[in-house]
Ligand binder design. Sequence first.
Ligand SMILES: *Cc1c(COP(=O)(O)O)cnc(C)c1O
Length: 396
Amino acid sequence: MITSILPTYNRVSISFERGEGSWLISSDGQRYLDLAAGIAVNALGHANPALIAVLTEQAGRVWHLSNLYQIPEQQKLADLLVEHTFADTVFFTNSGTEACELAVKMARKYWYDRVRPDRTRILTFEGSFHGRSSAGIAAAGSEKMTKGFGPLLPGFTQLKWGDHEALTNAIREGDVGAVMVEPVQGEGGIRPLPDACLKGLRDLCDETGVLMILDEVQCGMGRTGRLFAHEWAGITPDIMMVAKGIGGGFPLGAVLATENAASGMTAGTHGSTYGGNPLGCAVGAKVVEIIADPAFLSEVNRKAALFRQGLESLVASHPDVFEAVRGSGLMLGLKCKASNTDVVKACYGAHVLTVPAADNVIRLLPALNITDGDLSEALIRLDRAALAVSGALAPA
Ligand SMILES: *Cc1c(COP(=O)(O)O)cnc(C)c1O
């Protein structure tokens, strides 16, 4: 039987009515420690006073303006992003998948304008996630997302994660226009691309002229302890997709690009009704101001080290449940020995929210401003969940 909400999601039967920092309060008054943060969206926690202040102030002035006009809040956010990153220019979207759409169009138009319309192919990687639009599912290519939705947008080739030789060969094939990669795969199971690989990929792109598109929708905005994850490798992309954390909970995304990569995107070549609206951009500018502060990022790194240490001992004390800690900064994964969905379920029982990912991993993506006290509490609750899973695993 059909439900009034299209039944595309598997939901648990918990309903939240309020949030405070790293806590969510359910409608029956239970408090849950939130290590999911709306899947890396609530980067500054729930009901953040600084964000409420800008949101309500802007809401009292103007919510939406067409891109027919100058939008000062959009200009401010663009200038901030340009100031803090490799980018020369920014386009605003409302989601990560829309950022993927533009990244693909930008790369195609770049080569079209260079009279190389044959260079349409975009290399991507197995285990990736680039959103649920037609371009996003074709880019990631996994059967789980594409089955039944053909014909798919052509021009994507998925390579094995970590297969240098396949990449080196494919990128030199002449018809490749761009390569799209997450510096840390999120949905794919918190799989970081080693810095050396990202550097090697940058070198290959420089050698061949192929555009490097980084999808930092999940791993960007301070998540790994730098404003953007690629900074750890000391490289810069040509095009970057951003969303999730940048709005702190308000739907907001962006494509950042160099002047060269963006050169095809002239007036009339792309647009969005809601993209860059004053409400979203006012909030986004506040989020960027807070997260780009070196003092804030060094706190993220300090907490990440603390949390990771605790997680390592958690894994060591539950070898039947967990296998390893992986990830970077506060984008952490626990590779499970038990079924990750059982572990996530036990976490609900211990009133701590986690997110399953591919590769039998549970994701821990706390708010970047989570307190030390809440991190200690998280370890206690994860331990409780692990004990519940071990208990269920043990022969009666
Ligand atoms: C979530 C995500 C997307 C898609 O973003 P939406 O806002 O859901 O459209 C794209 N890429 C990555 C890496 C993501 O984590």
